[in-house]
Design a protein around this ligand. Structure first.
Ligand code: PGA
Length: 250
């Protein structure tokens, strides 16, 4: 198995002081862990978390960024600003960005190419809604999201990209895809990556599962052959819940 990549998406939670206190403890607690660990705080919380995590292995990422470098885009944050802070990782295409803020596959692709231009690592989220799954469109939706989202990406840039498969119906609902269903979706996504790039690129691509990952289901999910990590929302907000996920193999 590849090194597991466990990421915490804090969403709109954690003030700067809360985030700093949390990151300080998390950074200490993950010393010696076998997993790669990331947290994605809200933009304004990032500087405090970076400071708290300094010198540790904890990766600090943004939850989103603009599809432009600068200009008249009120309320947006550019990759140049993130890089200047020392942030080299960003989550793009989260389903909440897609469904609440109307981000299309094309806009997500623009952001992803811009992140690569600035040598950033991307956690690129995809996933189907319940209606799409129940109407038999799972594969069609995932294939479109991957093809359009990764358009223009070169094979050697895929090492900067982690794919997060997050079925929308499993996010924040307490419903988790069964390990087998999640694994099937991951295997399908890997086949699409193989078609777009190569077998070698597909095998090397880290694919995280996300959607109600918790301490009680992390081990079963992570033991599936195509699941290489987890993108965790709710359970990343407390050390009691997040650390057992990070240490799922202990
Ligand atoms: P959840 O969120 O773990 O709270 O379901 C996952 C996500 O949205 O990344």
């Amino acid at each position: 198995m590849k090194q597991a990549y466990i990421a915490g998406n804090w969403k709109m939670n954690m003030t700067p002081s809360e985030g700093a206190a949390f990151a300080k403890e998390l950074a200490k607690a993950i010393e010696g862990t076998g997993s790669k660990v990331m947290v994605a705080p809200p933009f304004v919380t990032i500087p405090a978390v970076l400071k708290a995590a300094k010198g540790s292995a904890l990766i600090v990422a943004a939850q989103n960024m603009a599809n432009h470098e600068s200009g008249a885009y009120t309320g947006e944050v550019s990759p140049l600003m993130l890089k200047d802070l020392g942030v080299n990782d960003v989550i793009l295409g989260h389903s909440e960005r897609r469904s609440i803020y109307g981000e299309s596959d094309e806009v997500i692709n623009e952001k992803l190419l811009l992140a690569l231009k600035h040598d950033m690592n991307v956690v690129f989220c995809i996933g189907e809604t319940l209606e799409e799954r129940e109407s038999g469109r799972l594969e069609e939706v995932l294939e479109r999201q991957v093809r359009v989202g990764l358009a223009g990406v070169k094979g050697d840039q895929m090492k900067k990209i982690t794919i997060a498969y997050e079925p929308v119906w499993a996010i924040g609902t307490g419903k988790t895809a069964t390990p087998d269903d999640a694994n099937d979706a991951h295997a399908f996504v890997r086949r699409v990556v193989e078609k777009l790039f190569s077998k070698g690129v597909a095998e090397a691509t880290v694919i995280q599962y996300g959607g109600s990952v918790k301490a009680s289901n992390a081990k079963a999910l992570m033991s599936m052959p195509h699941i290489d990590g987890a993108l965790v929302g709710g359970a990343s907000l407390s050390l009691e819940q997040f650390l057992p996920i990070v240490n799922f193999d202990k």
